[in-house]
Design a protein around this ligand. Structure first.
Ligand SMILES: *Cc1c(COP(=O)(O)O)cnc(C)c1O
Length: 360
């Protein structure tokens, strides 16, 4: 190892970096592996971004104030209770920076978003993991017992898609002693939001993303709704220009086109329910999903399990259909996570799956 490597901090040298889902460089793929939106963003986004190009010589608004204000107005909070980030990943990272360190661990459920272990490792913090039971119901009392200043809870959960009732989330908020982060990257596709809890409790933070329901993963915008105190702490540790000019303008235009969001969400939900019904009809066990993906257990000639799931994953990949496989753990290894695409995308998946079954 070179001197430059040796001199680096131990926790950085030991870090396992985040592994994003494959982003193929060639065309022709049905891409159902990273929960992107299969539809384009609101047409107002292109207009707003194009108009902003002339202002690129100028630094962006450092605190993304126009976007904070628009978000606050709609959600019934003050703009001091909103923080905008370079994707919600940025916001989740800022939370780790504020609350996690050598003697300040974070909590999570397993399975959940595989970025949390990376964010805590970057702070040299431990991550305390509470596994779900196979029914994927929220383990409220086990989570409440965690002695951690921060708890990341993905709701609806990823990769399962399972949502939690507001009363369960409230029970957790009441019982947990640290800051509860409800990562609502998928909440627009579901029926429940913890926003009432973020308004009510000073230690509840809700994070949201423009990457999924707003079809803006490439723009990188997310936000947090929290108490003004927590937002003040997050503002101290963020980069001073953390969201660029084009992203602020594009996200604001998308946010204001509420009707477009509702249409996209309705289409995705309808496709999701149809696809889930089809899978169940073929004998799959599929969790009810409140997100834009389904997590299910493939079955072929009565056989289930890791080899079957991995086999289908590879069969689909050979046919240029990408889904997500999470091996290595009993709760995930026998299953596939499949993002919801257009009806045409799902027809291609169904056809490939029928061929896979027939090929046994
Ligand atoms: C996609 C995703 C995010 C990331 O959102 P960005 O705004 O693109 O950074 C956050 N949390 C979960 C659980 C996600 O799946």
């Amino acid at each position: 190892m070179s001197r430059a490597w040796e001199l680096a901090q131990v926790h950085v040298k030991e870090l396992s970096p985040y592994v994003p889902g494959t982003q193929p460089m060639d065309t022709g793929w049905v891409k159902l592996n990273t929960n992107e939106c299969p539809y384009p963003p609101s047409p107002r986004v292109a207009e707003a971004v194009a108009a902003e190009v002339a202002r690129l010589p100028l630094y962006p608004n450092p605190a993304s104030v126009p976007l904070r204000e628009a978000i606050a107005r709609r959600l019934g909070v003050t703009s001091g209770q909103v923080l905008v980030g370079n994707g919600s990943d940025d916001v989740l990272n800022l939370l780790a920076r504020v609350y996690c360190g050598r003697d300040a661990p974070a909590g999570q459920t397993f399975p959940s978003y595989s970025l949390y272990p990376v964010l805590t490792a970057l702070q040299a913090a431990r991550l305390l993991s509470v596994p779900f039971e196979e029914d994927m119901r929220l383990p409220v009392s086990k989570l409440a017992e965690l002695r951690a200043p921060l708890l990341y809870l993905t709701a609806p959960n990823a990769p399962t898609g399972v949502g939690f009732a507001l009363e369960e989330l409230r029970a957790l908020a009441e019982a947990f002693r640290g800051v509860l982060v409800v990562d609502e990257a998928y909440a627009d596709f579901g029926d429940v939001t913890a926003l009432p809890l973020a308004r009510e409790y000073g230690h509840v933070v809700v994070t949201r993303s423009f990457s999924k329901s707003y079809a803006l993963a490439g723009l990188r915008v997310g936000f947090a709704v929290a108490s003004a105190e927590v937002v003040d702490l997050l503002d101290r540790v963020r980069e001073s220009y953390n969201v660029n000019r084009l992203s602020q303008a594009g996200a604001l235009a998308a946010w204001e086109d509420e009707g477009y969001l509702r249409e996209v969400v309705a289409k995705v939900r309808a496709t999701r329910e149809a696809f889930r019904g089809w899978l169940e009809g073929r004998g799959w066990q599929v969790y009810p999903s409140q997100a834009n993906f389904v997590f299910g257990e493939p079955v072929r000639q009565g056989k289930r399990g890791e080899a079957v799931a991995r086999g289908l994953f590879e069969w689909l990949r050979e046919r240029k259909i990408l889904v997500r496989y999470f091996g290595g753990h009993a709760l995930t290894a026998g299953r596939l996570r499949i993002s919801i695409g257009t009806d045409a995308d799902m027809a291609r998946v169904r056809e490939a799956m029928e061929q896979w079954e027939a090929n046994a």
